[in-house]
Design a protein around this ligand. Structure first.
Ligand SMILES: Cc1cc2nc3c(=O)[nH]c(=O)nc-3n(C[C@H](O)[C@H](O)[C@H](O)COP(=O)(O)OP(=O)(O)OC[C@H]3O[C@@H](n4cnc5c(N)ncnc54)[C@H](O)[C@@H]3O)c2cc1C
Length: 472
């Protein structure tokens, strides 16, 4: 208990940080103003997957590249640590071979996958009107799949005309007519049973990681297209397979490959462009100058960096509104072996979904997702009565999680758009402004909000810069 609660502080997170935390000092430069004196081709602001991928490409293209990362560790919204003596992902976790960008990286570096057992549950339990129904998982799946088909069938074609190309959102503008509607508005208008609506509400809550009324309906149609219009496939692609060596293993490979200089605990405060270079001022007052900048800070914190000339208003508005992802992902261990188990409950039940990560002889460790709440769900005594509504008699014996939404430089979890943001934010967040380019999972074309999307943008934007500096 004591150890896992330590994760609530950034210091604790690093202490518990496993291989990447240990590796971080090796990756970081020991020089102070060294890079500034030598002249830099590209400064990458932020060392998550978008930044590390971009830096790998730039380095391999022969460009002198420096990553300036505000936090004392690389990985951004991913972090491989330890809980219950198991390597554990506290942020971004699951990947899939149908996520083309991350899969290509795993293939490149020879990384394999391992499974989260409860993603293929034997038993499912779901709450409708405060009562829990527990059945074999195929009963749950039949109802849920049918509900999702109704939910997304806006066109009599199962939603297929809205995003016919899941990785090219601007290929059509059919989606625009749905961008003024929330998921909850769509659920309320649906000819569906209370049970179906309850399952949809819980699903939307986990997807947007917030109160489902914050979720834009068009983003759910987009996610559905990423699952080839089949929620079973979508589920498998989002929640089943983890990188065997951990997300930290892939971050390590990207850095070792591109060999950028990495400056940790170096928060960027100001970015000033002139005709042929960009000056970047960090919190200590040090100034770095480069030919180009790739800014990968999360959409939710972009507003905290000062840009001159100022950022286009649509970027600032998106950052001020924030995406919806702001709940808690956490692990808890109970004093029972419940096998491969999955639970789902509609908002405002504190956890929208939880399922087995692994079961051991007489305990089970589950991964849970909660919308923002006043409750301290990491306190076993607070959590136990909610778990008992599903698993009678179970006692929570330990918990662990990291409050990403409270981290100054992250301020959220994964990106899910509010109503109107698809129209107003996506293209704007992608747009380069002069010598400053932008790359983030929060503005990906394909798996936006995922590790895959971060890699998509990191690669794409790095090559735009390489074209300008090397191929020009
Ligand atoms: C709890 C949780 C669960 C998730 N689950 C999954 C999952 O299962 N599968 C999946 O694919 N994705 C998942 N995601 C999403 C995925 O982790 C992210 O979409 C992705 O990692 C974001 O990468 P990024 O590089 O775009 O941004 P980030 O990882 O956020 O990187 C941006 C970096 O910029 C830094 N920064 C911010 N401000 C400054 C500044 N002023 N100066 C310098 N640096 C700055 C930040 O510290 C950060 O390191 C999850 C995320 C969370 C939080």
């Amino acid at each position: 208990m004591k150890n896992s609660r330590n994760l609530l502080t950034r210091r604790g997170l690093i202490k518990a940080g496993g291989s990447l935390a240990a590796a971080a000092p090796l990756l970081a430069s020991t020089g102070t103003a060294h890079a500034q004196q030598e002249g830099i081709d590209v400064i990458v602001i932020g060392g998550g997957f978008a930044g590390c991928t971009a830096a790998r490409e730039l380095g391999n293209a022969g460009l002198k590249t420096v990553i300036l990362e505000a936090r004392p560790i690389l990985g951004g919204r991913t972090h491989t640590g330890e809980y219950n003596k198991h390597p554990t992902e506290f942020g971004g976790t699951w990947v899939h071979w149908c996520q083309p960008n991350v899969w290509a990286e795993m293939n490149r570096y020879g990384l394999g996958v391992k499974e989260s057992a409860g993603a293929a549950p034997d038993i499912a339990a779901w709450m409708v009107d405060g009562k829990v129904r527990t059945e074999a998982s195929n009963v749950y799946l039949d109802i849920f799949v049918g509900a999702m088909q109704k939910f997304c069938d806006v066109d009599g074609m199962g939603g297929m005309t809205v995003f016919p190309q899941a990785h090219a959102p601007f290929a059509t503008d059919t989606w625009k007519q749905y961008d003024n509607m929330t998921c909850v508005e769509r659920i309320e208008a649906l000819d569906a049973t209370a049970e179906e609506k309850s399952l949809l509400n819980s699903w939307v809550a986990i997807c947007c990681h917030n109160d489902p009324s914050t979720a834009g309906f068009v983003d759910m149609l987009k996610w559905y297209s990423l699952g080839d219009f089949n929620v079973g496939l979508l589920w498998d692609r989002c929640g089943h397979y983890k990188i065997e060596e951990g997300t930290a293993g892939l971050i390590d490979r990207l850095i070792a490959d591109g060999k950028p200089e990495v400056k940790l605990s170096t928060a960027v405060k100001k970015v000033v462009q002139s005709a042929d270079s960009v000056e970047v001022t960090v919190e200590s007052g040090e100034v770095y100058r480069a030919k180009r900048v790739i800014c990968t800070v999360p959409m939710n914190t972009l507003k905290n960096v000062e840009f001159s000339p100022p950022l286009m208003p649509a970027k600032v508005t998106a950052s001020e509104q924030k995406h919806t992802g702001s709940g808690l992902k956490f692990y808890f261990t109970i004093d029972k072996n419940v096998g491969n188990y999955l639970a789902s409950a509609p908002h405002p039940f504190p956890m929208s979904m939880f399922w087995t990560e692994y079961a051991e002889s007489d305990t089970t460790t589950l991964v849970a997702f909660a919308s923002p709440t006043e409750l301290d769900l990491l306190d076993p005594e607070v959590l136990t009565p909610y778990v008992q509504q599903f698993i009678p008699g179970a006692k929570v014996i330990d918990t662990a999680g990291f409050p990403w939404a409270e981290d100054e430089y992250i301020q959220g979890t994964w990106c899910f758009y509010r109503k109107g943001q698809f129209t107003n934010a996506l293209a704007a967040l992608q747009e380069a402004e002069g010598l400053v380019h932008f790359a983030s999972a929060d503005s990906a074309n394909g798996w936006r909000g995922f590790i895959d999307g971060a890699i998509e943008r990191g690669n794409h934007v790095a090559h735009a810069v390489i074209s300008e500096l090397v191929k020009a």
